[in-house]
Design a binder for this molecule. Structure first.
Ligand code: TYD
Ligand code: MG
Length: 457
């Protein structure tokens, strides 16, 4: 019998090759090719096609009575919110984030809260010694919480230990890259080890009803290190984001089989660990005293949650000749270039010999096209040194034609602004009033820039 040919499958994009390579020729990812059983024909398959010889599976209707698993609330409202209302028992959650962002801190706090509420919470650290974790718990004021703590990396040891007693309500594995399964070869952290370890842990969760939370390291490009299949294996994928130099952290769901992915949890890293931020706007608005040119306030939305952020622009006139710089922090630089072009072509405001710096305060990142108008207002205000009046928020999408498009959830945005002491909004003409805010409507960008420049009438 001929020797079956080996084949290798890229774990990132699914490309099949006959030879192992360090880099996938198709998607360019490194170390993603893994040997796969080639399609060897078994003796059984020669006798049958697949339409016979199997056992019967049960078919049920869609409207069958099922007991929805009751979610376990952790008492950390921002964490529960990002998960869609608490942890689902028997579910597997993957939480990724840059090193030092606070994953271990957050999960230790979650485990402590679950344990304090009388449920069994197990925290397995593969990265830190037990004493290190204990020291952190002490600093966080959680020393008394009845969390079961272990420093271990062998998945077999962990599951053997946990299999003996009552399964825990919550099992935290920090991190999946340090875990080792003796079912297959390879050092911890390799693609196959990460996959095998996660597979066993997820299976434990499903079989025993424990909620398993896996911490995953993030590579430079922001994806969770290891095979992307990890994201398919778990029910929920959370990202813990934020700039290390800034206080705030956002917990955001990228995938959630049990809820939406549009809710976020906001935390601030403080001396005593992560503190929930119930009112995120207070974080992202700098202290606003007197009117300043070059700034505007944009009512952003995170999921269904409004967050007011300050947009700052600085323009510096150049002598002649030099190519002016454009720099955007927290905002897409392509979009900045587009807005500058619209301002020039449709409103007659030229930035051609001006350097432009744009910054979204607080380290916040904006992707919402509704911020266009607020960015434009900040730019024109910076250039003209005329301030956007205090108490005014600005939102609206700018089309290439210079027309303003109305945006989603204008009512929510207005209400949040009203709650935080704003009284007026500059918005697309069709925007309805809400939240006790006055709305000044503009149909095109030109009308707004004329308004800022005092050129009306
Ligand atoms: P950590 O949870 O270890 O991050 P990760 O597990 O994501 O790598 O967080 C470590 C950082 O958080 C560290 O730089 C110090 C900071 N920190 C505080 O500012 N306050 C605290 O109370 C704690 C425990 C950590
Ligand atoms: Mg950690």
């Amino acid at each position: 019998m001929a020797k079956p040919k080996k084949r290798y499958v890229c774990q990132a994009c699914g490309t099949v090759t006959s030879r192992w390579q360090g880099q996938c020729a198709d998607c360019g990812d490194w170390n993603t090719l893994v040997e796969d059983a080639s399609g060897v024909v078994t003796a059984f398959s020669k006798k049958h096609n697949l339409q016979g010889g199997g056992s019967r599976i049960e078919m049920v209707g869609l409207n069958a009575d099922i007991a929805l698993p009751e979610r376990m609330t952790t008492g950390i409202a921002e964490f529960d919110r990002a998960l869609g209302g608490g942890i689902v028992p028997g579910s597997a959650t993957l939480i990724g984030g840059d090193p030092g962002i606070g994953k271990s801190t957050l999960l230790l706090q979650v485990a402590a809260n679950v344990a304090k509420a009388g449920r069994q919470a197990v925290y397995v650290s593969g990265e830190e010694a037990a004493d290190q974790v204990r020291l952190r718990a002490l600093r966080l004021g959680l020393g008394e919480a009845p969390v079961k703590l272990a420093a271990a990396t062998s998945v077999r040891d962990i599951l053997t230990t946990l299999g003996e007693g009552e399964p825990p309500a919550l099992l935290v594995i920090d991190s999946i890259q340090t875990m080792h399964s003796d079912m297959i070869e390879g050092a911890p952290g390799t693609v196959s080890q990460v996959r095998a370890s996660a597979h066993e842990l997820v299976r434990f969760a499903k079989e025993r009803g424990s909620a398993v939370v896996l911490v995953g390291h993030v590579t430079k490009d922001g994806s969770i290190a290891g095979p992307r299949v990890l994201e398919h294996m778990v029910d929920t994928v959370l990202g813990f984001e934020g700039e290390r130099s800034h206080q705030y952290r956002i917990l955001r769901a990228a995938k959630n089989r049990f809820g939406g992915t549009d809710e976020i949890g906001v935390f601030a890293m403080e001396g005593k660990g992560l503190v929930e931020v119930g009112n995120p706007s207070s974080l992202f608005l700098t202290e606003r005293g007197e009117e300043m040119s070059g700034t505007s306030v944009f009512p952003a939305l995170e999921g269904t949650r409004p967050v007011l952020v300050e947009i700052q622009a600085l323009t510096v006139r150049l002598a002649s000749g030099a190519t002016p710089r454009r720099s955007a922090v927290g905002w897409d630089s392509q979009r900045l270039a587009m807005l500058l072009a619209v301002l020039e072509a449709r409103c007659g405001i030229s930035f051609a010999s001006t350097e432009v710096y744009l910054n979204v305060a607080g380290g916040y990142r904006l992707g919402d096209p509704a911020a266009d108008l607020a960015v434009a207002a900040a730019l024109v205000s910076a250039l003209s040194e005329r301030a956007v009046p205090a108490g005014t928020v600005v939102f609206g999408e700018v089309a290439l034609s210079g027309e303003l498009r109305s945006v989603a959830h204008a009512g929510l945005r207005l209400k949040e602004a009203g709650k935080l002491g704003f009284s007026n909004a500059w918005a697309p003409a069709a925007t309805a009033k809400a939240g006790g805010m006055a709305v000044e409507g503009f149909d095109r960008l030109r009308a707004l820039t004329d308004h800022i420049l005092g050129r009306e009438g």
